[in-house]
Design a protein around this ligand. Structure first.
Ligand SMILES: Cc1ncc(COP(=O)(O)O)c(C=O)c1O
Length: 473
């Protein structure tokens, strides 16, 4: 047989929640990450592995095409399939695979805990829960038999109208309610875009570093990610054009780049729109935290400059309200409404109508706009005091990056400290941090910790937490 080591050939676990193709993918990725399989090593042909494991050929092919789309393996015709020879440069992608069942309920990217500095959470103590409870009770009381049937798969009409109005006023986006599709989160929006406009084998520019779930989702759909560098003006569009001029789409976080928090400059916004217009490519704007800018008014969305109908705008209620609400929205170009309705008819079951009615009431009655304004002020304060508290204690070891917006701080580690090791130690001690190097699609990247500040309510709290971090250095 070929160069594959025995681990990848052991029988799979039919009782596991993870499908077979994913188990095979995980094994190869694990073997490559741990060095059992080295760049240039041959792996079994799909046909041989099909026989060996007694599975359908399609299962093995799904795993192999995912590995190939993510750059781990390459098919070399007659010479067989091998581990990508220059994989060294991509080692950050090869971080150890998290166990699929770590005892914690799976949320597929972030744990469902509330730890200090936990990324992705708004200020949980500041959510107006009394108002929410009052509106919720009212919505439940008002429920009629007509509200108990299947919901519209495009979203509750009243909510679509409220989202369109909010986007016009707050993000400068001119769209009709029929362009707004309510989804269950950012990844759902991306999956719909991929189903509607992309196909397996397409290439898509992603920011490097960038939000890991985007890369993982495209990988699963056999869409290849092209890692485009980010500098202080956001994604370097000229590099994208050099790397993959004919890519089908680009995913950007223009307001505050995720995770570096820089804004995409106006010349770059125009260059990106120009590239997309010339190539009939799509721009996917992930505006996950565009409201949270502290040095000036929030910047209008990139979508507000879209004259050619190339931008798909993805927003979410996860940051503006809270993540467990599982409601997000996707604005599609007018010419694509029909295509997205077709896709929604097939792939969407609709979001809970009661929750949509509650959010609609929250917006209509002005609570939403007030909440965002309050949070903008609160986050600006909490950001400053969290940065001060951390700097007071940790200045010797790290430098806090100051950026105009966002919900997390970037702590640049001095010397040779590994962000991965430190964040792993922090998690063991009940603190939370993400390692910037884990967000690299390609290349090593700088060593830094990403720490959410929205739930740090005093400088002394930040100092106490910083003291705990300093003991781990
Ligand atoms: C870059 C980025 N995009 C999108 C999202 C929103 O994801 P969701 O709507 O699934 O909560 C987040 C949340 O953390 C994010 O950090």
């Amino acid at each position: 047989m070929t160069g594959a080591k025995p681990d990848t050939l052991l029988p799979l676990d039919p009782a596991a929640a993870t499908p077979f193709y994913r188990q095979i993918y995980d094994r190869f990725r694990g073997a490559i990450a741990s060095g059992v399989l080295k760049p240039g090593d041959r792996i079994p042909s799909a046909r041989a592995l099909t026989k060996e494991l007694g599975l359908a050929r399609g299962t093995i092919e799904a795993a192999y095409s995912l590995l190939a789309a993510e750059g781990y393996i390459q098919a070399r015709g007659q010479a067989g399939t091998i581990v990508t020879p220059d994989l060294k440069a991509r080692t950050p992608v090869l971080s150890p695979i998290p166990p699929s069942d770590g005892g914690m309920a799976s949320t597929s990217f972030r744990p469902n805990s509330i730890l200090p500095f936990q990324m992705g959470l708004p200020a949980l103590d500041a959510f107006p829960r009394k108002i929410w409870a009052r509106l919720g009770a009212r919505c439940v009381r008002a429920m009629q038999p007509s509200d108990m049937v299947h919901p519209s798969v495009y979203g509750l009409p009243a909510l679509r109208a409220q989202i369109a109005a909010y986007l016009q006023v707050s993000r400068g986006i001119n769209c009709s309610p029929s362009q707004v599709f309510v989804t269950s989160g950012y990844r759902h929006s991306i999956a719909l875009i991929a189903h509607a406009l992309l196909k397996a084998g397409d290439r898509v520019w992603l920011e490097n570093p960038g939000y890991p779930p985007t890369r993982d989702l495209f990988g699963h759909m056999h869409i290849a990610s092209v890692a485009v560098p980010v500098d202080r003006d956001g994604m370097v569009i000229s590099d994208g054009i050099k790397l993959a001029p004919r890519a089908r789409a680009a995913v950007v976080t223009p307001a505050h780049q995720s995770p570096l928090c820089v804004s995409l400059s106006l010349p770059r916004r125009l260059a990106l729109l120009d590239w997309a217009g010339r190539n009939n490519a799509w721009i996917i704007e992930d505006d996950y935290d565009g409201e949270y800018r502290y040095v000036s008014r929030p910047l209008p969305a990139l979508k507000s400059l879209d004259r050619d109908g190339r931008v798909l705008y993805a927003g979410t209620f996860s940051k503006l309200l809270f993540p467990s609400i599982r409601l997000a929205y996707l604005v599609v170009p007018e010419a694509q409404i029909e295509r997205f309705e077709e896709i929604a008819d097939v792939f969407v079951g609709g979001s809970p109508e009661l929750t949509q009615a509650l959010v609609t009431a929250f917006i209509t009655e002005g609570h939403f706009a007030r909440h965002i304004q309050r949070m903008r002020r609160l986050y600006s304060e909490r950001r400053d005091l969290a940065a001060a508290g951390l700097e007071n204690v940790l200045a010797k070891h790290m430098r806090v990056d100051s950026q105009p917006g966002g919900m997390h701080l970037i702590l640049r580690l001095q010397g040779k400290q590994s962000d991965r090791e430190l964040s792993a130690r922090m998690r063991k001690e009940g603190l939370y941090a993400e390692a910037l190097t884990d967000w690299m699609l390609e290349g090593e990247g700088a060593s830094a910790l990403l720490l959410n500040f929205t739930n740090i309510n005093s400088e002394s709290t930040a100092e106490n937490l910083a003291t705990r971090i300093s003991r781990l250095i």
